[in-house]
Design a binder for this molecule. Structure first.
Ligand code: ITT
Length: 192
């Protein structure tokens, strides 16, 4: 099966490609095709917007991920707004902004959420969700990954996600779990 990966985030592309190795699927980039504005109020709505738009534009099945980090002390913020948090332009500035919001806060609990949707050109949708609980540090550590990875230590580890390799992150992460569920669902008949 030839699947379009409907994301403009290079970090997500790396993780999706690694997680779907061995499926026999051919993954194609979105290229210059535009993704719609994320006007949804949930990860599910935004992932569906992106996957459906790509499936309609290309006439092929399309995979999208909508994800975010939910910080307990901030009432679940930034959640679906993680990519635009504080109107900051890039990952480093968003990490600084999050650290400022949490200065002096002792409750550092947070979780990542990923919703992966595979949309078919006929409008059929498959939805998979994964979560990863952990704690936020007071400063960044590590150079791998993307987004809030340098601040986040997953439960059960002492390293940040940015100190893990792509396969190590996939084995435990929100996105890795959602993509593993997708693989499982197709195990008995991965389409050509
Ligand atoms: P696309 O919409 O093009 O896929 P995006 O980065 O805008 O790319 P989202 O709207 O889903 O994607 O925003 C998710 C944001 O949540 C992302 O930009 C990061 O800031 C954060 N995030 C999600 N998953 C993450 C992960 O595995 N590690 C670190 N940060 C993550």
């Amino acid at each position: 099966m030839n699947v379009v990966v409907a994301t403009s985030n290079a970090g997500k592309v790396r993780e999706i490609e690694e997680a779907l190795q061995g499926t026999g699927w051919t993954l194609s980039p979105l290229g210059s095709l535009p993704l719609p504005d994320e006007t949804g109020a949930t990860y599910e709505e935004n992932a569906a917007l992106k996957a459906c738009a790509a499936a309609l534009m290309t006439g092929r099945p399309a995979l999208a991920d909508d994800s975010g980090i939910e910080v307990e002390a901030l009432g679940g913020e930034p959640g679906v707004y993680s990519a635009r948090y504080g109107n900051r332009d890039n990952d480093v500035e968003r990490n600084v902004y999050l650290l400022e919001k949490l200065r002096g806060e002792t409750n550092r609990r947070a979780k990542f959420v990923s919703v992966v949707i595979l949309a078919y050109p006929d409008g059929h949708l498959e939805t998979y969700r994964g979560e990863l609980p952990g704690t936020l540090l007071e400063g960044p550590r590590g150079a791998n990954g993307f987004g809030y990875d340098p601040l986040f230590v997953p439960d059960g580890d002492t390293r940040t996600l940015a100190e893990l390799t792509v396969p190590e992150k996939r084995a435990i992460s929100h996105r890795g779990r959602a993509l593993a569920a997708l693989r499982d669902a197709h195990r008995s008949g991965l389409p050509e």
